[in-house]
Design a protein around this ligand. Structure first.
Ligand SMILES: Cc1ncc(COP(=O)(O)O)c(C=O)c1O
Length: 513
């Protein structure tokens, strides 16, 4: 067997799978017990004897693919996980085989150059000044690093914040008086970072929020006064762009102005929503982001890149250059080299060439194609919200700002979960669920570029038939049947639309006869 023949087997199987998923010919998810999967895949046999290649590999793929969750099925409306662009998957393959862990330049000059380029591209989208090409050091410029995920980017941001407030903390340990300011709905990785850093989660002071869960900027002075009364020092303020559960953006300009006046590090968690920076239509949601000290921005959420690829970006690159105060003589030493080592900016030592996966998406779609994707998905959430509101028997807690839409039907929290279970068991759709203001909601996250309003309509009547008021069924069905399908949500240019339409055609063209 050769690499190429095995690759053809795998590529052919994936190609068919993606085409079937896209056509809705396979379920989004068909869960089976873990022990049955282990047995079917003959894991024990291959682990003992080897030989997983050629025809065995073909059979393995035949057994493996039915076990996956099919993100490429337009009924996938689940977690904030990218439906990868096929080019990004090719990037993952290239990175997998070449394996250039590039935190030190000589272990992957091309991958490091791509990381450097995509970071600078992101910095410009924020409105910050990247370093001169080829020079990643110096004052007055911004910087960043790619990390294995948004949680790690958030942790790295808070390490940099701590080091800017208490440079000695690296050697002497976290002093007991540091406090964080954050809304109660921040992603759990913020509490995790507080725990890891030794700040203690009890030292996160919750800033009051409005009914949608967005920070009330007028409340910030009172929260700060509270911290000071307790004899503590604010280490950082964390804001959401957007929140995980319901996708609401904090108002960054007044928050940023307050933090600047008070000399407080503002970290914006834009893991999901920073991609709105690409769109002239939605960029305003991050108005004021340039006032922040740091921003987390995941490519593996709204930029069609497979897991994992996230960025931590800082307004002053010296803050990330000094965050980790360490020596590793076998890696970090002065060298006359034509590139830059990212190693001192990351928790990770070995790191994958993540930039390649992302760049192949960017290079295929162009920034206009990515912007169009964001606009389409955000626009779809707005349309679906109007549709659900119009039904009259669905409760929606917030008007969506992103591509996240929550709703509940009449009945208890347990009823919502029961409904989700039923929808998942039918196999055509995958949706999630969240608590918001102590109530359980069903949650749609529109990640698939071909999900339409009709898909939402398809499961609503089925999923909720027994929750509608009596007598409304016929009227509802009539409304569904007569409503026109959505037309080009958020459409921008003809070329961007063409790119988005073509990508699945590319993915379903068989690679081998
Ligand atoms: C706002 C926010 N921050 C951070 C994260 C964590 O990112 P990751 O899953 O890449 O670690 C998420 C994930 O959903 C998120 O929504």
């Amino acid at each position: 067997m050769t690499f190429l023949s095995d690759l053809q087997i795998v590529a052919g199987a994936l190609d068919r799978q993606v085409a079937d998923a896209h056509a809705g010919a396979v379920p989004v998810l068909a869960q089976r017990p873990m022990s049955a999967i282990i047995e079917d895949l003959q894991l024990d046999r291959f682990a003992r004897r080897g030989g997983l290649e050629g025809d065995a590999l073909r059979r393995f793929m035949d057994a493996y693919l039915p076990t996956i969750i099919n993100l490429h099925q337009p009924g996938y409306m689940g977690h904030q996980v990218a439906v990868p662009h096929p080019s990004a998957a090719i990037g993952a393959l290239i990175d997998g085989l070449t394996n250039n862990p590039m935190p030190i330049y000589e272990m992957g000059p091309g991958a490091a150059a791509i990381e450097s380029f995509v970071l600078d591209w992101m910095l410009k989208k924020i409105g910050w000044t990247p370093p001169e090409p080829g020079h990643r050091t110096g004052k007055g410029v911004s910087g960043g690093v790619l990390t294995h995920g948004g949680s790690l980017a958030n942790l790295t941001a808070l390490i940099a914040a701590r080091s800017s407030v208490r440079p000695d903390a690296w050697r002497q340990g976290s002093p007991g008086d540091l406090a964080l300011m954050a809304p109660g709905n921040n992603h759990y990785s913020i509490e995790r970072a507080a725990g890891i850093l030794g700040l203690g989660t009890d030292n996160i002071y919750r800033v009051p929020t409005d009914a949608r869960g967005a920070i009330d900027p007028r409340s910030l002075p009172a929260t700060l006064a509270h911290i000071r009364r307790d004899g503590k020092t604010p280490m950082a303020m964390v804001a959401n762009a957007c929140s995980t559960a319901v996708g609401i953006y904090d108002r960054l300009r007044p928050i940023g102005e307050f933090c600047r006046e008070q000399g407080i590090w503002l970290h914006v968690d834009g893991a999901h929503g920073a991609s709105a920076l690409l769109s002239p239509v939605y960029r305003h949601l991050l108005d004021g982001v340039e006032l922040a000290s740091s921003l987390t921005w995941d490519a593996h959420k709204m930029m069609r890149t497979p897991s994992v690829c996230a960025a931590l970006l800082v307004r002053d690159q010296r803050t990330i250059d000094t965050a980790f105060d360490q020596d590793a003589s076998y890696l970090i030493h002065d060298r006359d080299q034509p590139g830059f080592d990212f190693l001192h900016r990351t928790v990770e030592c070995t790191k994958s060439g993540m930039g390649l996966k992302f760049f192949l998406t960017l290079g295929a779609l162009g920034e206009e194609g990515l912007a169009w994707y964001v606009e389409r998905q955000y626009g779809l959430a707005a349309q679906a919200y109007d549709y659900l509101k119009g039904l009259g028997w669905v409760e929606t807690p917030v008007v969506p700002q992103a591509n996240i839409l929550c709703f509940r039907v009449a009945g208890s929290d347990a009823r919502q979960l029961e409904l989700r279970k039923r929808i998942l068991a039918e196999g055509d759709f995958y949706i999630t669920s969240t608590l918001f203001e102590d109530q359980r909601y069903l949650r749609l996250v529109f990640m698939h570029p071909d999900t339409t309003l009709d898909d939402v309509k398809r499961y609503m009547p089925r999923g909720n038939a027994d929750h509608r008021p009596r007598g409304s069924r016929a009227a509802l069905h009539k409304a569904i049947l007569t409503e026109r399908p959505s037309r080009g949500v958020g459409a921008r240019s003809a070329s961007a639309r063409r790119i988005a339409r073509l990508e699945y055609k590319v993915s379903i063209t068989p690679l081998s006869p």
